[in-house]
Ligand binder design. Structure first.
Ligand code: GAL
Length: 711
């Protein structure tokens, strides 16, 4: 800002002879500006609160005269961050090469006045009309060959070199201008990477990508078993670009290509921003809700980012605490670090079949749940709806009149909570003894061929997650290839794709004392989505001392019983056999289709200092609870908190010498809680207590009191 003031000032630079002016500019750039910006950064950027509540704000949609009132209301609600800019390309570059960022600069200064930090979005999710009409090769082509058009968003082709050039240019301009702005704390690249392109140029890129990956067509033909249906390729340019149907090897590689292509799309903008941006400014992107935005590998995409962030929407109905908690744990697992909820609904959305509103208190509980699972910021989408445009019905914090909506007070309360608890939570994070492993390759491989349309990957994962969380344990959900040293218990619900390297990694964990439990469908495929020639669990058969003889998709429930109790299996059942003499069977099937009758459904075996266990069926909820108790006991996972009423969730954050428990009552009735020791609720002015009553949708943030030193 100061540099542009210097350079535009009539009384200084413009009246100078050209060479003096150049000298003057060089002096300003080299000496004065860095010094001044250091001073202003030091002055204007007090330490950020460690918990931030905020909102998406679109100043470009409103007359400038409204901005101050909007920001004043944000400040009054204890918001400390606004995200701006991510769809504003037509205002930032109204015509090719003509940039106008002054309005954005003024919006940022006004935000500063109201003590709001700014996250700046690059606008590359919504190209302007002049760009796509002049350069139609920047438009996306869908899988059916239809060319996208202007009028929505995401109409761009993510692989187009020309589009990427425009993205780099706008990012460069933004970063030159705001890369050292003390109030800009971070950057968001694009928004919710979603739609791929299937145009001929992208197809050629896919073919070249395959060539680099496989080296020879012989290798590709072998890994994809293209002798099947005469699919053998003689030239790289014969290979189709498809995302559905077709060869499973090709489908999996297309997802890898999509991942790499979004990653390089993102890289272009990261490089443009990093050239100018102060290292204190983080770079992230806003990842869409996991139930649908899974065409690329989030672990890979977030590798190049400083921080992960995602969108947390309920849509229709009420918060499903288990599902939502698991999705937060997923997001924390991408970088195995604190993350942000870059968007969440202030009450309601506009896109659900029935866009119901969260109950009073539920929006606050959701914000605290995010913090409990490791987020350090929660931003609402959005502050105030544009008068026109497709999202007129979406929930907002203020109405089109600029006055608070009913939800505003609840958000203000949450903002007040965050301010009270921020210093105690600084430097803390969830710390888990239990890990759930997943991999995108496995998810995709099963999605391509579910074999039973009732098989829902997220549900399967939640079947394992729920009973562990119900016992109050923190769970890390993470990439199967990540380091698992130190976890007492590791559960892998469906590692369908299991390479020899991954098998060796898991086996080493067990041999060193770990307890590994594999779920059905594990170890069926190799890294090319080709069947492992061994039966399941493929390369882990020798370690398990047993294998899967046959798998069965179920339409009816099958009885199951054994030392873990009795119940049923649904959707999927595998007939196991034991080979090693020290392997033991924990569950058998009852009378069923004849093939499964009285056959092993679950087995376990000691290996090295640990154990390896395989469950071949999807069990009912009761059996999953007994299984969980067995896993927790056997792996000596230590309790994290005392017993709690059924609807109360506990989240633990540990660090900086402190332990904080966040208690959330998701139930409709008040819940009485007895604590094992006095604890202080940071949200209320009361001394430490040993009992508390949590109202429906109530939240308590309890700090464990330091124990008196032993005498
Ligand atoms: C998100 C998107 C926002 C807005 C919001 C509405 O997925 O990032 O731009 O459209 O949905 O719920």
């Amino acid at each position: 800002m100061m540099l542009s003031l210097f350079l535009s000032s009539e009384s200084t630079s413009h009246r100078m002879p050209p060479f003096v002016r150049k000298l003057f500019i060089a002096l300003v750039l080299l000496v004065v500006y860095p010094a001044l910006s250091r001073v202003s950064a030091a002055q204007a950027a007090p330490p950020m609160p460690s918990l931030l509540l905020g909102s998406a704000w679109y100043p470009e949609q409103w007359p400038e005269s409204h901005w101050d009132a909007d920001l004043a209301l944000m400040e009054a609600a204890h918001l400390h961050v606004v995200r701006v800019g991510e769809f504003a390309w037509s205002r930032m570059e109204p015509a090719e090469g003509q940039y106008d960022l002054d309005w954005l600069g003024r919006a940022i200064r006004l935000a500063e006045k109201h003590h709001l930090a700014v996250v700046l979005g690059t606008p590359t999710d919504a190209p302007p009309a002049w760009l796509t009409s002049k350069y139609p090769d920047t438009l996306r082509v869908d899988e059916n060959g239809r060319l996208a058009q202007h009028g929505g968003r995401r109409q761009f082709n993510y692989a187009s070199p020309r589009y990427r050039l425009f993205c780099a240019q706008i990012s460069d301009h933004l970063a030159r201008r705001f890369g050292r702005d003390p109030d800009v704390i971070g950057w968001q690249i694009g928004n919710e990477y979603t739609d791929e392109s299937f145009d001929p140029a992208t197809r050629a890129q896919f073919q070249q990508w395959l060539q680099r990956r496989y080296g020879t067509l012989d290798a590709l033909n072998e890994h994809w078993s293209t002798a099947y249906w005469s699919q053998t390729y003689d030239r790289w340019d014969e290979i189709p670009l498809v995302a559905t149907g077709g060869n499973p090897g090709l489908l999996l590689e297309h997802r890898h290509f999509v991942t790499d292509t979004w990653r390089s799309f993102q890289r272009v903008q990261i490089d443009a921003i990093r050239k100018w941006a102060d290292p204190r400014q983080f770079i992230t992107t806003n990842i869409g809700g996991l139930a649908w935005s899974d065409h690329f590998d989030h672990y890979e995409i977030t590798r190049d980012l400083d921080m992960a962030s995602w969108d947390d929407y309920v849509g229709q109905g009420q918060l499903n605490p288990m599902r939502n908690g698991a999705l937060h744990d997923f997001a924390r697992g991408w970088k195995r670090a604190a993350f942000w909820v870059m968007e969440t609904q202030p009450g309601s959305v506009n896109w659900a079949p029935i866009s119901t509103t969260l109950n009073r208190g539920e929006t606050r509980v959701m914000a605290w749940q995010a913090i409990g699972h490791g987020a350090n910021a929660v931003l609402y989408w959005q502050w105030r709806s544009a008068l026109n445009g497709q999202e007129q019905y979406h929930g907002t914090l203020v109405g089109p009149d600029g006055e608070p909506m009913p939800i505003y007070d609840e958000v203000r309360q949450t903002g007040g909570d965050f301010e009270r608890a921020a210093s105690a939570l600084r430097g803390t994070q969830p710390v888990a003894q239990v890990a759930i492993l997943e991999s995108y390759d496995s998810r995709w491989a099963i999605d391509f061929q579910p074999h039973n349309h009732n098989y829902d990957e997220l549900q399967v994962l939640l079947d394992w997650y729920r009973p562990i969380r119900q016992k109050g344990f923190t769970v890390d959900i993470m990439n199967a290839s990540a380091s698992i040293d130190g976890y007492k218990l590791v559960v892998a619900p469906a590692l369908n794709v299991l390479s020899p390297e991954l098998a060796a990694h898991l086996k080493a964990y067990v041999e060193q004392g770990g307890h590994l439990v594999l779920g059905p469908r594990s170890g069926m495929k190799d890294a090319y989505n080709s069947l492992n020639p061994e039966r399941q669990p493929g390369p882990l058969v020798p370690a398990l001392g047993g294998r899967v003889e046959q798998y069965y998709a179920l339409d009816d429930a099958v009885p199951v019983s054994g030392i873990l109790g009795s119940g049923t299996a649904t959707i999927w059942a595998e007939q196991l056999s034991t080979q090693a003499s020290d392997a033991s069977v924990l569950l058998h099937y009852g009378k069923s289709n004849g093939w499964l009758d009285h056959q092993p459904a679950m087995m376990t075996r000691p290996l090295g200092k640990g154990t390896i266990t395989y469950l071949g069926a999807i069990l009912d909820a009761n059996l999953m609870q007994t299984l969980t108790a067995w896993m927790i006991d056997g792996s000596r996972v230590q309790p994290e908190f005392g017993p709690l009423p059924e609807d109360v969730e506990v989240c633990r954050r540990v660090g900086a010498g402190r332990t904080i428990y966040i208690l959330l009552n998701h139930g409709a009735l008040p819940a009485g809680i007895t604590l094992s020791a006095p604890m202080k609720d940071l949200l209320v002015d009361q001394p430490p207590q040993t009992t508390l009553t949590l109202a429906s949708q109530g939240v308590a943030v309890l700090e464990e009191q330091a124990q008196p030193a032993d005498r």
